[in-house]
Design a protein around this ligand. Sequence first.
Ligand code: ASP
Ligand code: MG
Length: 406
Amino acid sequence: MKIIVLKFGGTSVGSLEKIIKVSKIIISYIKKKYKVIVVSSAMSGVTNELLSKTKKIARNFPNDEKDVILSTGEQISCALIAGKLRDLGYMSRSWLGWQLPIITRGNHSSSRIIKIKKNKILNYIKKGGIPIITGFQGVNNDFRITTLDRGGSDTSAILCAKFFKAEKCIIYTDVKGVYTTDPRLTTNAKKINKISYEEMLEMASLGAKVMQPASIQEARLNRIEIDVRSTFSKTTGTTITKKKNIFSNNTIRGISFTKNDAKLTLIGVKDKPGIAASIFKPLYENSINVDMVVQNVSAGGKETDLTFTIKLEDLKKTEKLIKNNIFIKYRKLIINKNVSKVSIVGVGMITTPGITYRMFKALAKKKINIEVISTSEIKISVLIDKKNLKKSVEILHQEFKLNNSL
Ligand code: ASP
Ligand code: MG
Protein backbone atom coordinates (compact mmCIF):
# COMPACT_ATOMS: atom_id res chain seq x y z
CA MET A 1 0.00 0.00 0.00
CA LYS A 2 1.42 3.40 -1.03
CA ILE A 3 0.29 5.74 1.75
CA ILE A 4 0.77 9.49 1.48
CA VAL A 5 -0.11 12.12 4.08
CA LEU A 6 -1.30 15.48 2.74
CA LYS A 7 -1.49 18.32 5.23
CA PHE A 8 -3.34 21.53 4.47
CA GLY A 9 -2.63 24.70 6.43
CA GLY A 10 -5.13 27.33 7.49
CA THR A 11 -4.71 29.55 4.43
CA SER A 12 -5.10 26.54 2.11
CA VAL A 13 -8.57 25.88 3.53
CA GLY A 14 -9.30 29.55 4.24
CA SER A 15 -12.46 29.78 2.11
CA LEU A 16 -14.98 27.50 0.42
CA GLU A 17 -13.36 28.07 -3.00
CA LYS A 18 -10.03 27.06 -1.53
CA ILE A 19 -11.53 23.92 -0.04
CA ILE A 20 -12.77 22.96 -3.50
CA LYS A 21 -9.22 23.47 -4.81
CA VAL A 22 -7.89 21.30 -1.96
CA SER A 23 -10.39 18.55 -2.80
CA LYS A 24 -9.08 18.49 -6.36
CA ILE A 25 -5.50 18.16 -5.14
CA ILE A 26 -6.55 15.22 -2.94
CA ILE A 27 -8.27 13.53 -5.90
CA SER A 28 -5.15 13.95 -8.05
CA TYR A 29 -3.25 11.68 -5.62
CA ILE A 30 -6.07 9.13 -5.59
CA LYS A 31 -5.77 9.03 -9.38
CA LYS A 32 -2.04 8.30 -8.96
CA LYS A 33 -3.07 5.21 -6.95
CA TYR A 34 -2.05 6.55 -3.57
CA LYS A 35 -3.92 5.77 -0.37
CA VAL A 36 -4.35 9.31 0.88
CA ILE A 37 -4.57 10.40 4.51
CA VAL A 38 -5.46 14.07 4.87
CA VAL A 39 -4.66 16.19 7.92
CA SER A 40 -6.13 19.67 8.01
CA SER A 41 -5.70 22.80 10.05
CA ALA A 42 -8.62 25.13 10.86
CA MET A 43 -9.68 27.75 8.29
CA SER A 44 -7.29 30.70 8.69
CA GLY A 45 -8.23 33.06 11.51
CA VAL A 46 -10.73 30.66 13.10
CA THR A 47 -8.50 29.44 15.94
CA ASN A 48 -7.66 33.05 16.85
CA GLU A 49 -11.34 34.05 16.82
CA LEU A 50 -12.22 31.20 19.14
CA LEU A 51 -9.32 32.07 21.40
CA SER A 52 -10.43 35.68 21.67
CA LYS A 53 -13.87 34.53 22.85
CA THR A 54 -12.31 32.65 25.76
CA LYS A 55 -10.30 35.73 26.66
CA LYS A 56 -13.34 37.99 26.56
CA ILE A 57 -15.55 35.88 28.79
CA ALA A 58 -13.09 35.16 31.60
CA ARG A 59 -9.75 36.48 32.74
CA ASN A 60 -8.46 33.00 33.53
CA PHE A 61 -10.36 30.78 31.15
CA PRO A 62 -9.53 27.15 32.04
CA ASN A 63 -7.18 25.42 29.62
CA ASP A 64 -9.19 22.19 29.45
CA GLU A 65 -12.29 24.02 28.23
CA LYS A 66 -10.15 26.18 25.95
CA ASP A 67 -9.03 22.98 24.21
CA VAL A 68 -12.65 21.91 23.71
CA ILE A 69 -13.34 25.21 21.99
CA LEU A 70 -10.16 25.57 19.93
CA SER A 71 -10.41 22.03 18.59
CA THR A 72 -13.67 22.87 16.84
CA GLY A 73 -11.85 24.91 14.18
CA GLU A 74 -10.39 21.75 12.67
CA GLN A 75 -13.71 19.95 13.02
CA ILE A 76 -15.29 22.45 10.63
CA SER A 77 -12.58 22.44 7.95
CA CYS A 78 -12.30 18.63 7.95
CA ALA A 79 -16.05 18.13 7.61
CA LEU A 80 -16.14 20.63 4.74
CA ILE A 81 -13.38 18.79 2.87
CA ALA A 82 -14.98 15.38 3.46
CA GLY A 83 -18.40 16.68 2.42
CA LYS A 84 -16.99 18.13 -0.80
CA LEU A 85 -15.17 14.91 -1.67
CA ARG A 86 -18.38 12.94 -1.17
CA ASP A 87 -20.18 15.44 -3.38
CA LEU A 88 -17.57 14.74 -6.06
CA GLY A 89 -18.27 11.01 -5.81
CA TYR A 90 -15.49 9.84 -3.49
CA MET A 91 -15.77 7.95 -0.23
CA SER A 92 -14.62 10.25 2.53
CA ARG A 93 -15.35 11.25 6.12
CA SER A 94 -13.93 13.44 8.87
CA TRP A 95 -12.07 11.83 11.77
CA LEU A 96 -11.76 13.82 14.99
CA GLY A 97 -8.75 13.19 17.20
CA TRP A 98 -10.66 11.14 19.78
CA GLN A 99 -12.25 8.95 17.12
CA LEU A 100 -8.99 7.25 16.07
CA PRO A 101 -7.86 7.97 18.80
CA ILE A 102 -4.82 10.25 18.71
CA ILE A 103 -3.51 9.83 22.25
CA THR A 104 -1.74 12.70 23.95
CA ARG A 105 0.02 13.39 27.23
CA GLY A 106 0.97 16.58 29.00
CA ASN A 107 -0.81 19.82 29.82
CA HIS A 108 -3.85 21.12 28.04
CA SER A 109 -3.03 23.53 25.19
CA SER A 110 0.50 22.13 24.88
CA SER A 111 -0.01 18.38 24.76
CA ARG A 112 2.22 15.94 22.94
CA ILE A 113 1.04 13.07 20.74
CA ILE A 114 2.38 9.79 22.09
CA LYS A 115 0.45 7.34 19.94
CA ILE A 116 -1.97 7.18 17.04
CA LYS A 117 -4.18 4.11 16.85
CA LYS A 118 -4.14 2.84 13.30
CA ASN A 119 -6.79 0.17 12.91
CA LYS A 120 -9.85 2.21 12.04
CA ILE A 121 -8.05 4.38 9.53
CA LEU A 122 -6.25 1.45 7.89
CA ASN A 123 -9.55 -0.41 7.48
CA TYR A 124 -11.12 2.70 6.08
CA ILE A 125 -8.44 3.35 3.47
CA LYS A 126 -8.38 -0.32 2.49
CA LYS A 127 -12.06 0.02 1.65
CA GLY A 128 -11.20 3.00 -0.55
CA GLY A 129 -12.09 5.79 1.87
CA ILE A 130 -10.26 9.09 2.19
CA PRO A 131 -9.92 9.97 5.88
CA ILE A 132 -9.78 13.67 6.74
CA ILE A 133 -8.12 13.86 10.15
CA THR A 134 -8.25 16.93 12.37
CA GLY A 135 -4.79 18.32 13.08
CA PHE A 136 -3.79 20.03 16.32
CA GLN A 137 -5.88 17.82 18.62
CA GLY A 138 -6.01 14.58 20.52
CA VAL A 139 -7.44 12.97 23.61
CA ASN A 140 -5.77 12.29 26.96
CA ASN A 141 -5.93 9.61 29.67
CA ASP A 142 -9.06 11.18 31.17
CA PHE A 143 -10.83 11.15 27.78
CA ARG A 144 -10.60 14.92 27.60
CA ILE A 145 -9.93 16.69 24.33
CA THR A 146 -6.48 18.23 24.15
CA THR A 147 -4.66 20.51 21.73
CA LEU A 148 -1.00 20.74 20.83
CA ASP A 149 0.99 23.97 20.78
CA ARG A 150 -0.23 26.55 18.27
CA GLY A 151 0.61 25.60 14.72
CA GLY A 152 0.54 21.96 15.86
CA SER A 153 -1.26 20.49 12.89
CA ASP A 154 2.16 20.19 11.21
CA THR A 155 3.15 17.86 14.02
CA SER A 156 -0.12 15.93 13.68
CA ALA A 157 0.64 15.35 10.00
CA ILE A 158 4.21 14.23 10.57
CA LEU A 159 3.18 11.82 13.30
CA CYS A 160 0.44 10.43 11.05
CA ALA A 161 3.14 9.81 8.46
CA LYS A 162 5.17 8.03 11.14
CA PHE A 163 2.42 5.83 12.58
CA PHE A 164 0.85 4.95 9.23
CA LYS A 165 4.29 4.42 7.65
CA ALA A 166 3.57 6.82 4.83
CA GLU A 167 5.94 7.10 1.91
CA LYS A 168 5.88 10.83 2.21
CA CYS A 169 4.32 13.78 3.97
CA ILE A 170 3.41 16.80 1.90
CA ILE A 171 2.77 20.09 3.66
CA TYR A 172 0.52 22.25 1.49
CA THR A 173 0.75 25.91 2.44
CA ASP A 174 0.54 29.42 0.96
CA VAL A 175 4.21 29.74 0.02
CA LYS A 176 6.06 27.86 -2.71
CA GLY A 177 8.54 26.32 -0.32
CA VAL A 178 11.44 27.24 1.91
CA TYR A 179 13.46 30.22 0.75
CA THR A 180 17.04 31.26 1.35
CA THR A 181 15.53 34.17 3.25
CA ASP A 182 12.10 35.76 3.60
CA PRO A 183 10.95 36.76 0.08
CA ARG A 184 8.84 39.51 1.63
CA LEU A 185 12.01 41.24 2.84
CA THR A 186 14.07 40.97 -0.32
CA THR A 187 13.39 39.86 -3.87
CA ASN A 188 16.84 38.23 -3.86
CA ALA A 189 15.39 35.31 -1.89
CA LYS A 190 15.52 32.02 -3.79
CA LYS A 191 13.54 28.86 -3.30
CA ILE A 192 15.67 26.00 -1.93
CA ASN A 193 15.13 22.59 -3.56
CA LYS A 194 16.44 20.49 -0.69
CA ILE A 195 17.30 21.33 2.88
CA SER A 196 18.38 19.17 5.81
CA TYR A 197 16.25 18.70 8.92
CA GLU A 198 18.95 20.38 10.98
CA GLU A 199 19.06 23.48 8.80
CA MET A 200 15.29 23.67 8.56
CA LEU A 201 14.99 23.37 12.32
CA GLU A 202 17.33 26.32 12.82
CA MET A 203 15.59 28.36 10.12
CA ALA A 204 12.16 27.70 11.63
CA SER A 205 13.28 28.42 15.18
CA LEU A 206 15.05 31.57 14.07
CA GLY A 207 12.02 33.15 12.47
CA ALA A 208 11.25 31.50 9.11
CA LYS A 209 7.60 30.73 9.68
CA VAL A 210 7.00 27.98 7.13
CA MET A 211 6.56 25.15 9.62
CA GLN A 212 6.26 24.67 13.36
CA PRO A 213 9.77 23.92 14.70
CA ALA A 214 8.59 21.04 16.93
CA SER A 215 7.19 19.26 13.87
CA ILE A 216 10.55 19.36 12.10
CA GLN A 217 12.19 17.86 15.14
CA GLU A 218 9.67 14.97 14.98
CA ALA A 219 10.38 14.50 11.28
CA ARG A 220 14.12 14.46 11.95
CA LEU A 221 13.85 11.90 14.75
CA ASN A 222 11.60 9.64 12.68
CA ARG A 223 13.38 10.21 9.35
CA ILE A 224 10.22 11.32 7.58
CA GLU A 225 10.78 13.12 4.34
CA ILE A 226 8.66 16.23 3.93
CA ASP A 227 7.76 18.25 0.87
CA VAL A 228 6.61 21.80 1.47
CA ARG A 229 4.70 23.30 -1.45
CA SER A 230 1.97 25.71 -2.38
CA THR A 231 -1.69 24.80 -2.69
CA PHE A 232 -2.03 27.51 -5.30
CA SER A 233 0.86 26.78 -7.64
CA LYS A 234 2.09 23.83 -9.64
CA THR A 235 5.79 24.49 -9.00
CA THR A 236 7.65 21.88 -7.00
CA GLY A 237 8.41 22.91 -3.47
CA THR A 238 11.22 22.20 -1.02
CA THR A 239 12.14 18.75 0.25
CA ILE A 240 13.25 18.52 3.87
CA THR A 241 15.44 15.45 4.19
CA LYS A 242 18.59 13.89 5.67
CA LYS A 243 21.94 15.64 5.25
CA LYS A 244 23.18 12.71 3.20
CA ASN A 245 20.69 13.46 0.41
CA ILE A 246 21.86 17.03 -0.06
CA PHE A 247 24.42 18.07 -2.59
CA SER A 248 25.12 21.75 -2.40
CA ASN A 249 28.18 23.82 -3.05
CA ASN A 250 27.01 26.37 -0.54
CA THR A 251 28.14 26.20 3.05
CA ILE A 252 25.45 28.65 4.08
CA ARG A 253 21.95 27.59 3.04
CA GLY A 254 19.76 30.28 4.49
CA ILE A 255 19.49 33.54 6.38
CA SER A 256 16.75 34.04 8.91
CA PHE A 257 15.93 36.98 11.10
CA THR A 258 13.63 38.21 13.84
CA LYS A 259 11.96 41.57 14.34
CA ASN A 260 10.48 40.99 17.77
CA ASP A 261 13.45 40.96 20.09
CA ALA A 262 14.39 43.39 22.84
CA LYS A 263 17.86 43.96 24.24
CA LEU A 264 18.49 44.74 27.90
CA THR A 265 21.82 45.89 29.31
CA LEU A 266 22.63 46.08 32.99
CA ILE A 267 25.49 48.53 33.47
CA GLY A 268 27.79 48.27 36.46
CA VAL A 269 26.68 44.96 37.89
CA LYS A 270 28.69 43.90 40.99
CA ASP A 271 30.90 41.12 39.66
CA LYS A 272 30.77 38.16 42.00
CA PRO A 273 30.05 34.47 41.58
CA GLY A 274 26.40 33.64 41.14
CA ILE A 275 25.39 37.07 39.89
CA ALA A 276 24.26 35.91 36.43
CA ALA A 277 22.23 33.16 38.07
CA SER A 278 20.52 35.72 40.33
CA ILE A 279 19.57 37.81 37.33
CA PHE A 280 18.18 34.96 35.28
CA LYS A 281 16.48 32.90 38.00
CA PRO A 282 13.29 35.01 38.24
CA LEU A 283 13.10 35.15 34.43
CA TYR A 284 13.25 31.38 34.26
CA GLU A 285 10.62 31.09 36.99
CA ASN A 286 8.32 33.27 34.91
CA SER A 287 8.91 31.25 31.73
CA ILE A 288 10.74 34.09 30.03
CA ASN A 289 13.10 32.76 27.44
CA VAL A 290 16.50 34.46 27.37
CA ASP A 291 18.17 34.21 24.00
CA MET A 292 21.57 35.87 23.47
CA VAL A 293 23.77 36.74 26.43
CA VAL A 294 27.08 38.63 26.70
CA GLN A 295 28.99 39.71 29.71
CA ASN A 296 31.91 42.15 29.60
CA VAL A 297 34.35 42.45 32.43
CA SER A 298 35.07 46.11 33.04
CA ALA A 299 38.56 47.40 33.66
CA GLY A 300 38.76 47.07 37.45
CA GLY A 301 37.27 43.60 37.42
CA LYS A 302 34.80 44.62 40.16
CA GLU A 303 31.96 45.54 37.90
CA THR A 304 30.57 44.07 34.75
CA ASP A 305 28.04 44.95 32.06
CA LEU A 306 25.60 42.24 31.15
CA THR A 307 23.52 42.25 27.98
CA PHE A 308 20.81 39.81 26.97
CA THR A 309 17.87 39.55 24.60
CA ILE A 310 14.30 38.37 25.09
CA LYS A 311 11.10 38.40 23.05
CA LEU A 312 9.54 41.87 22.86
CA GLU A 313 6.27 40.53 24.31
CA ASP A 314 8.11 39.62 27.53
CA LEU A 315 9.71 43.04 27.93
CA LYS A 316 7.31 44.62 30.45
CA LYS A 317 7.40 41.59 32.71
CA THR A 318 11.17 41.30 32.45
CA GLU A 319 11.73 44.96 33.24
CA LYS A 320 9.62 44.63 36.37
CA LEU A 321 11.38 41.46 37.49
CA ILE A 322 14.80 43.09 37.12
CA LYS A 323 13.77 46.26 38.92
CA ASN A 324 12.21 44.31 41.80
CA ASN A 325 15.10 41.87 42.13
CA ILE A 326 16.67 42.54 45.56
CA PHE A 327 19.51 40.11 44.94
CA ILE A 328 21.24 42.19 42.28
CA LYS A 329 22.93 45.60 42.30
CA TYR A 330 23.62 47.56 39.15
CA ARG A 331 23.98 51.18 38.16
CA LYS A 332 21.71 51.45 35.17
CA LEU A 333 19.30 49.46 32.99
CA ILE A 334 19.25 50.24 29.28
CA ILE A 335 16.51 48.86 27.04
CA ASN A 336 16.55 48.77 23.26
CA LYS A 337 13.52 47.65 21.29
CA ASN A 338 14.95 48.45 17.89
CA VAL A 339 17.03 45.36 17.39
CA SER A 340 16.92 42.45 14.96
CA LYS A 341 18.70 39.15 15.10
CA VAL A 342 20.13 37.99 11.78
CA SER A 343 21.38 34.42 11.49
CA ILE A 344 23.21 32.48 8.82
CA VAL A 345 22.53 28.76 8.81
CA GLY A 346 24.31 25.80 7.23
CA VAL A 347 25.43 22.35 8.36
CA GLY A 348 28.66 22.70 6.36
CA MET A 349 29.77 25.43 8.71
CA ILE A 350 31.22 22.89 11.17
CA THR A 351 33.90 21.89 8.71
CA THR A 352 34.48 25.18 6.87
CA PRO A 353 36.84 27.71 8.42
CA GLY A 354 36.39 31.43 7.96
CA ILE A 355 32.61 31.70 7.91
CA THR A 356 32.47 33.92 10.99
CA TYR A 357 35.14 36.18 9.57
CA ARG A 358 33.35 36.50 6.23
CA MET A 359 30.08 37.36 7.96
CA PHE A 360 31.65 40.06 10.14
CA LYS A 361 33.71 41.49 7.29
CA ALA A 362 30.68 41.74 5.00
CA LEU A 363 28.71 43.61 7.67
CA ALA A 364 31.66 45.84 8.53
CA LYS A 365 32.06 46.87 4.89
CA LYS A 366 28.54 48.28 5.02
CA LYS A 367 29.29 49.93 8.39
CA ILE A 368 26.77 47.78 10.19
CA ASN A 369 27.51 47.53 13.89
CA ILE A 370 27.22 44.12 15.57
CA GLU A 371 25.81 44.42 19.08
CA VAL A 372 25.72 40.81 20.29
CA ILE A 373 26.93 37.56 18.77
CA SER A 374 25.94 33.96 19.42
CA THR A 375 26.86 30.76 17.63
CA SER A 376 26.01 27.10 17.51
CA GLU A 377 27.48 24.32 15.39
CA ILE A 378 25.38 25.24 12.39
CA LYS A 379 24.46 28.89 12.79
CA ILE A 380 25.90 32.28 13.60
CA SER A 381 23.58 35.00 14.86
CA VAL A 382 24.26 38.70 15.24
CA LEU A 383 22.14 41.37 16.81
CA ILE A 384 21.96 44.60 14.83
CA ASP A 385 19.94 47.80 14.69
CA LYS A 386 16.56 46.99 13.14
CA LYS A 387 16.95 49.78 10.58
CA ASN A 388 19.84 47.85 9.00
CA LEU A 389 17.94 44.60 8.68
CA LYS A 390 17.27 44.57 4.94
CA LYS A 391 20.75 45.84 4.11
CA SER A 392 22.34 43.17 6.33
CA VAL A 393 20.34 40.30 4.91
CA GLU A 394 21.08 41.41 1.35
CA ILE A 395 24.81 41.77 1.90
CA LEU A 396 25.02 38.35 3.55
CA HIS A 397 22.90 36.81 0.81
CA GLN A 398 25.46 38.12 -1.66
CA GLU A 399 28.54 37.23 0.40
CA PHE A 400 27.47 33.59 0.75
CA LYS A 401 26.28 33.34 -2.88
CA LEU A 402 22.76 32.33 -1.97
CA ASN A 403 21.52 33.62 -5.32
CA ASN A 404 22.98 30.50 -6.88
CA SER A 405 21.58 28.11 -4.36
CA LEU A 406 19.85 24.86 -5.19
N1 ASP B 1 -5.38 25.79 13.99
C1 ASP B 1 -4.26 25.67 14.87
C2 ASP B 1 -3.59 27.02 15.07
O1 ASP B 1 -4.02 28.00 14.50
C3 ASP B 1 -3.27 24.65 14.42
C4 ASP B 1 -2.55 24.93 13.13
O2 ASP B 1 -2.93 25.82 12.37
O3 ASP B 1 -1.58 24.24 12.85
O4 ASP B 1 -2.66 27.12 15.80
MG1 MG C 1 -0.48 26.38 10.64
